[in-house]
Design a protein around this ligand. Structure first.
Ligand SMILES: [Zn+2]
Length: 117
Protein backbone atom coordinates (compact mmCIF):
# COMPACT_ATOMS: atom_id res chain seq x y z
CA UNK A 1 0.00 0.00 0.00
CA UNK A 2 1.37 3.42 -0.93
CA UNK A 3 0.97 5.96 1.88
CA UNK A 4 -0.94 9.07 0.82
CA UNK A 5 -0.71 12.26 2.81
CA UNK A 6 -3.81 12.87 4.87
CA UNK A 7 -5.30 9.45 4.18
CA UNK A 8 -5.49 6.78 6.84
CA UNK A 9 -3.44 3.82 5.80
CA UNK A 10 -3.16 1.72 8.95
CA UNK A 11 -5.48 -1.26 9.02
CA UNK A 12 -5.87 -0.93 12.79
CA UNK A 13 -7.02 2.64 12.37
CA UNK A 14 -9.49 1.61 9.72
CA UNK A 15 -11.07 -1.00 11.96
CA UNK A 16 -11.26 1.42 14.88
CA UNK A 17 -12.73 4.18 12.77
CA UNK A 18 -15.52 2.25 11.11
CA UNK A 19 -18.87 3.75 12.10
CA UNK A 20 -20.99 0.61 12.33
CA UNK A 21 -18.39 -1.83 13.62
CA UNK A 22 -16.62 -2.15 16.93
CA UNK A 23 -13.35 -4.03 16.59
CA UNK A 24 -14.73 -5.74 13.51
CA UNK A 25 -18.08 -6.71 15.04
CA UNK A 26 -21.25 -5.18 13.63
CA UNK A 27 -23.14 -2.98 16.09
CA UNK A 28 -26.86 -3.57 15.62
CA UNK A 29 -27.79 -0.14 16.90
CA UNK A 30 -25.49 1.50 14.38
CA UNK A 31 -26.70 -0.76 11.58
CA UNK A 32 -30.26 0.35 12.30
CA UNK A 33 -29.15 3.97 12.42
CA UNK A 34 -27.47 3.59 9.02
CA UNK A 35 -30.64 2.07 7.59
CA UNK A 36 -33.07 4.64 8.93
CA UNK A 37 -30.91 7.74 8.61
CA UNK A 38 -29.26 6.62 5.36
CA UNK A 39 -25.75 7.22 6.56
CA UNK A 40 -22.65 5.28 5.59
CA UNK A 41 -21.59 2.38 7.81
CA UNK A 42 -17.98 3.23 7.18
CA UNK A 43 -17.71 6.96 7.80
CA UNK A 44 -21.11 7.84 9.29
CA UNK A 45 -21.89 10.62 6.81
CA UNK A 46 -24.97 10.78 4.53
CA UNK A 47 -25.14 8.36 1.63
CA UNK A 48 -25.39 9.40 -1.99
CA UNK A 49 -25.57 7.17 -5.01
CA UNK A 50 -24.49 4.64 -5.81
CA UNK A 51 -24.81 2.80 -2.53
CA UNK A 52 -22.39 -0.05 -1.95
CA UNK A 53 -22.89 -3.24 0.02
CA UNK A 54 -20.18 -5.67 0.99
CA UNK A 55 -20.69 -9.33 1.70
CA UNK A 56 -19.72 -12.91 1.20
CA UNK A 57 -20.45 -14.76 -2.04
CA UNK A 58 -23.45 -16.29 -0.23
CA UNK A 59 -24.83 -12.88 0.63
CA UNK A 60 -24.31 -11.70 -2.93
CA UNK A 61 -26.12 -14.80 -4.22
CA UNK A 62 -29.06 -14.20 -1.83
CA UNK A 63 -28.97 -10.46 -2.49
CA UNK A 64 -29.14 -9.96 1.28
CA UNK A 65 -26.43 -8.19 3.23
CA UNK A 66 -25.91 -7.84 6.96
CA UNK A 67 -23.40 -5.02 6.72
CA UNK A 68 -24.91 -1.55 6.41
CA UNK A 69 -24.93 0.59 3.25
CA UNK A 70 -21.65 2.27 2.36
CA UNK A 71 -20.12 4.79 0.05
CA UNK A 72 -18.31 2.97 -2.75
CA UNK A 73 -14.98 4.29 -1.48
CA UNK A 74 -15.79 3.26 2.09
CA UNK A 75 -16.69 -0.23 0.86
CA UNK A 76 -13.08 -0.61 -0.22
CA UNK A 77 -11.92 0.54 3.23
CA UNK A 78 -14.23 -1.93 4.95
CA UNK A 79 -13.04 -4.84 2.83
CA UNK A 80 -9.44 -3.92 3.41
CA UNK A 81 -9.97 -3.57 7.15
CA UNK A 82 -12.23 -6.53 7.81
CA UNK A 83 -12.49 -9.13 5.06
CA UNK A 84 -10.74 -8.75 1.71
CA UNK A 85 -12.69 -11.68 0.25
CA UNK A 86 -15.99 -9.82 0.51
CA UNK A 87 -17.55 -8.77 -2.76
CA UNK A 88 -19.02 -5.36 -3.46
CA UNK A 89 -22.34 -4.66 -5.16
CA UNK A 90 -23.61 -1.23 -6.16
CA UNK A 91 -27.25 -0.22 -6.10
CA UNK A 92 -29.27 2.94 -6.26
CA UNK A 93 -31.64 1.79 -3.51
CA UNK A 94 -32.28 -0.87 -0.87
CA UNK A 95 -34.87 -2.36 1.43
CA UNK A 96 -34.16 -2.75 5.14
CA UNK A 97 -35.62 -6.07 6.26
CA UNK A 98 -36.24 -6.79 9.90
CA UNK A 99 -36.37 -10.49 10.74
CA UNK A 100 -39.70 -12.12 11.50
CA UNK A 101 -39.93 -13.96 14.83
CA UNK A 102 -39.70 -17.33 13.08
CA UNK A 103 -36.95 -16.22 10.72
CA UNK A 104 -33.97 -18.55 10.46
CA UNK A 105 -31.77 -15.48 10.17
CA UNK A 106 -32.22 -13.42 13.36
CA UNK A 107 -30.39 -10.36 12.06
CA UNK A 108 -31.78 -7.42 10.16
CA UNK A 109 -30.46 -7.21 6.62
CA UNK A 110 -30.44 -5.16 3.50
CA UNK A 111 -31.74 -6.07 0.07
CA UNK A 112 -30.38 -3.92 -2.75
CA UNK A 113 -33.31 -3.32 -5.10
CA UNK A 114 -31.76 -1.75 -8.16
CA UNK A 115 -28.35 -3.21 -8.76
CA UNK A 116 -25.98 -1.29 -10.97
CA UNK A 117 -23.62 -3.05 -13.35
ZN1 LIG B 1 -18.67 6.52 3.81
Amino acid sequence: MVPVAGVRTGVTDLVTDLFAWDEGVLLRRKVTQCALSRVCGGCGTPLGRPIAFVGSADEVARNEFHAPPLHATCADDVRRALEPSWEVVLTSGFEFVRPASDDLDPLARFQPNSLIG
